[in-house]
Design a protein around this ligand. Structure first.
Ligand code: TRP
Length: 335
């Protein structure tokens, strides 16, 4: 693996909890592909976070491989990046325990994601859900990460990781690098096709709201036909007054690599129906090679396992110095 150790460390992760969406691709994976090589990137499938919601064990197991195959199919190179399952690297859990003792109930109570998720899952407000941000802080801090590319909904969690790092450093010296949110040049946020003021989500109850990366062309065409647009008929970019049209333009720009301005002038006067069919067409075209590559990879279990093994080994090595230092400054007896 050609990782020099001289570049800045960048860490990000997605939960392997079901099929990845177009939102995951445009909001995260696409940017990650552009970042590889520029930084020492670690891209994790954060499976430990996934069990904060109940999973069917068989499905969960498959989802982990599915998500890995998607990471690779969109062009993340396991030779250039460390692509791994969080549960393969014990130091995440070990550091999370330590950091639990440096995070306050009060600050975790203020996390909006915790409030939202508890509201939605009243029958399973487990402690893991509450300390989720601490595990996320451990993910980040264990590798001395400088940069964390995340969407708007995760910024509060990166903030708390910073707070914990600073708090710990104030007590024990410069143990952790204090991470920063990385804002990608194209920080597009993809919204639900049915309620374009809401983020596109894997777990939306309305199956027409979300495009999955593995949706067939027919399904994609149908979902776009049903996509909610706005009143009027003009096509322009305006998140507040034209959330539906803006979302479609954002998707179109991402899959064609064209500027929104160009697309707006191209599509002007054509009506929403044409806009939707243009998005469907270009999206299907864009996803076709990704899906072909996905199928090849997903059928090659030996290869997927070899990637997991190699990268986990590297992540374990990278994680050790920080864990060792943390234990040392706290006074744990080594063995
Ligand atoms: N909480 C993130 C999400 O749901 C996933 C995540 C876990 C993550 N650990 C991380 C993202 C560390 C960035 C860095 O999107």
């Amino acid at each position: 693996m050609k990782i020099t150790g001289k570049k800045l460390v960048l860490f990000s992760g997605i939960q392997p909890s079901g099929n990845l969406t177009l939102g995951n691709y445009i909001g995260a994976l696409k940017n990650w592909v552009d970042l590889q090589g520029k930084y020492d990137c670690l891209f994790s499938l954060v499976d430990l976070h996934t069990i904060t919601a109940r999973q069917d064990p068989k499905e969960f197991h498959q989802n982990c491989y599915d998500a890995l195959a998607v990471y690779l199919a969109v062009g993340l190179d396991p030779e250039k990046n460390t692509i791994f399952l969080q549960s393969h690297v014990p130091a995440h859990s070990q550091l999370a325990w330590v950091l639990n003792c440096y995070a306050y109930v009060g600050e975790l109570n203020r996390m909006t994601q915790f409030k939202d998720k508890s509201e939605k899952n009243k029958d399973n407000i487990n402690v893991g859900l509450f300390t989720y941000p601490v595990l996320m802080a451990a993910d980040i801090l264990i590798y001395q990460t400088c940069l964390v590319p995340v969407g708007a909904d995760q910024k509060q969690h990166v903030e708390i990781a910073r707070d914990i790092a600073l708090r710990f450093n104030n007590l024990y010296g410069e143990v952790f690098t204090v991470p920063e949110v990385y804002h990608p040049p194209l920080g597009a946020r993809i919204m639900s096709l049915q309620e374009p003021t809401k983020k596109m989500s894997k777990s939306d109850d309305d199956s027409n709201a979300t495009i999955f990366l593995l949706d067939t062309p027919d399904v994609i065409a149908n979902k776009l036909k049903r996509a909610v647009t706005d009143s009027g008929k003009d096509i322009y970019f305006d998140i507040k007054n034209k959330p539906g049209v803006t979302n479609l333009l954002t998707i179109l720009a991402a899959v064609t690599n064209e500027s929104v301005d160009n697309l707006v002038s191209e599509m002007q006067g054509q009506g929403y129906g044409k806009l939707k069919s243009a998005v469907a067409e270009r999206l299907i075209e864009f996803l076709r090679p990704v899906q072909v590559r996905y199928k090849e990879l997903r059928n090659d279990q030996t290869y997927l396992d070899s990637v997991l093994k190699r990268c986990a080994k590297r992540a374990v090595e990278l994680s050790q110095p920080t864990l060792k230092r943390v234990y040392e400054v706290l006074g744990f007896v080594s063995w």
